[in-house]
Design a protein. Structure first.
Length: 297
């Protein structure tokens, strides 16, 4: 699906914007399921295994930061990753054997939905090589007012910045870090059904949603099958044990087959230890971590 020029751009800049990744029918179904989840959240009073609630959430005004693991909670979202245009982009960039690490449906409520501070996904879950990426599937039109994804081109080829504050992992980089050059940031806006792609090491973040419209993005975090997670990363898999880990791995295969010979590359690594004070989500990690915000007015 991707041209040679698009692949070269991704390799050089660390991101892509793919127009029309979803068909109109796929987009409509994704929206229906999402809306059902949002409606059901009216009865929820605190964050749980499905929802991360935003401040001010109520039955009359549902406000969510995240719907967790959509690919496990609705078969449609798993099938979408395995058999769609998204699948073609995945194999174009990572090769024939791929796995999913996690998924989430990030929601920013109108009028101030929470920002995501600047960070590198790699800081949360380093691996034996950096053939990992994230897809952001836009379920609504997105412009600069409703907190779109921003990336710093080429930063995936640079260092892993510190994501620590007061000696503890906080999931965000300091806006005063000399290697953080926000002036080079690119904002990725698009139409519903478009998709962003960003490399696991690229610096990225998103401002609060100041518009009157909800911002909903479906994120899939995926890896080449030969990129094995390092012990110490912030992933549930480290608590599974060998047999359950293998069973879980087989469930996470998207295309091709699992790999039992990890590829070891020379990649920069900073482990996210000591662990975050609250690692239940990136929003909680960043909020509890106390790092100075890059989006403070």
């Amino acid at each position: 699906m991707l041209s040679a020029e698009e692949k070269a751009f991704y390799d050089r800049e660390g991101y892509l914007l793919v127009r029309g990744a979803l068909t109109p029918e796929e987009l409509a179904q994704a929206r229906r399921i999402t809306e059902d989840w949002v409606e059901a959240s009216r009865q929820v009073r605190e964050s749980n295994e499905l929802y991360d609630l935003d401040k001010g959430h109520s039955a009359t005004m549902p406000r969510l930061t995240r719907i967790k693991l959509p690919h496990r909670n609705a078969p449609f979202f798993r099938d979408l990753l395995r058999n769609s245009r998204i699948t073609q982009v995945l194999t174009d960039l990572l090769g024939p054997d791929t796995v999913i690490n996690t998924s989430k449906l990030n929601c920013k409520a109108p009028g101030g939905g929470a920002a995501v501070e600047w960070h590198q996904d790699w800081a949360f879950y380093p691996a034996t090589n950096d053939s990992l990426l994230a897809f952001g599937v836009l379920l609504e039109d997105m412009d600069e007012e409703n907190g779109p994804l921003m990336v710093i081109p080429g930063s995936h080829r640079g260092p892993v910045l510190s994501h620590h504050h007061d000696g503890v992992f906080c999931g965000a980089v300091s806006p005063d870090d000399p290697d953080f050059d926000r002036d080079r940031a690119v904002t990725l806006t698009g139409k519903a059904g478009d998709m962003t792609v960003h490399h696991v090491r690229i610096l990225h973040g998103s401002a609060p949603n100041t518009s009157t419209r909800a911002r909903r993005i479906l994120f899939y975090e995926c890896a080449s099958a030969d990129a094995w997670p390092l012990l110490g990363g912030s992933s549930y898999i480290h608590a599974l044990g060998q047999r359950r880990f293998h069973d879980d791995l087989l469930e996470r295969v998207i295309t091709g087959a699992p790999c039992y010979q990890p590829r070891l590359d020379s990649v920069p690594v900073r482990l996210p230890l000591p662990p975050a004070l609250d690692n239940s989500s990136i929003f909680r990690t960043q909020e509890a971590g106390g790092m100075k915000s890059a989006f403070a007015s």
